[in-house]
Design a protein around this ligand. Structure first.
Ligand code: 4NP
Length: 158
């Protein structure tokens, strides 16, 4: 999961998908992580407003630490998911040739029309953090359905 600062949107998506995976007992089979395209907040924990909004819905973000996306991410992960069009452009440019197809928008997995997760850091008040969760929760549920189809049957049904 990738956004600009790795302190609001991508940590939220990371925490939501991580909980869905835990609830299915698949933490050993599916790894989820997050990063930012910028260096602005490397080493920081998520924004306290993201932590609080997520906590109210049962997700834990407080242990996450921001980092910048690295070339290794395009090798290690099967999906590299951007929160908005700017992140997408950055990732497509940074992805080594063969891995460009791994880069998508997270909201490609959402049922609605919205393509980008709006950045709550840049205004919009506390409601912006709820909007992030609303969008990300739906997309992560559909994404997990896709991931389940890709797991070997023995792992999926354990
Ligand atoms: P994020 O939000 O990309 O969802 O983590 C932002 C956080 C910090 C900044 C921009 C966006 N910033 O410019 O510091």
């Amino acid at each position: 999961m990738v956004c600009l600062g790795n302190i609001c949107r991508s940590p939220t998506a990371h925490g939501v998908l991580e909980k869905l995976i835990q609830d299915k007992g698949l933490s050993e089979a599916i790894e989820v992580d997050s990063a930012g395209t910028s260096t602005y907040h490397i080493g920081d924990h998520p924004d306290p407003r993201s932590i609080a909004a997520a906590q109210r819905r049962g997700y834990s973000l407080e242990k996450q630490v921001a980092r910048q996306v690295s070339p290794n991410d395009f090798q290690e992960f099967d999906y590299v998911l951007a929160m908005d069009a700017d992140n997408l452009q950055h990732l497509v440019s940074a992805a080594p040739g063969g891995s460009k197809a791994k880069v998508q928008l997270l909201l490609d997995y959402a049922s609605g029309e919205t393509e980008s997760v709006p950045d709550p850091y840049l205004g919009g008040g506390l409601q912006g953090f709820e909007t992030v969760l609303d969008l990300v929760e739906g997309a992560c549920q559909r994404l997990l359905e896709q991931l389940l189809q890709e797991l070997p049957t023995a792992v999926r049904e354990q």
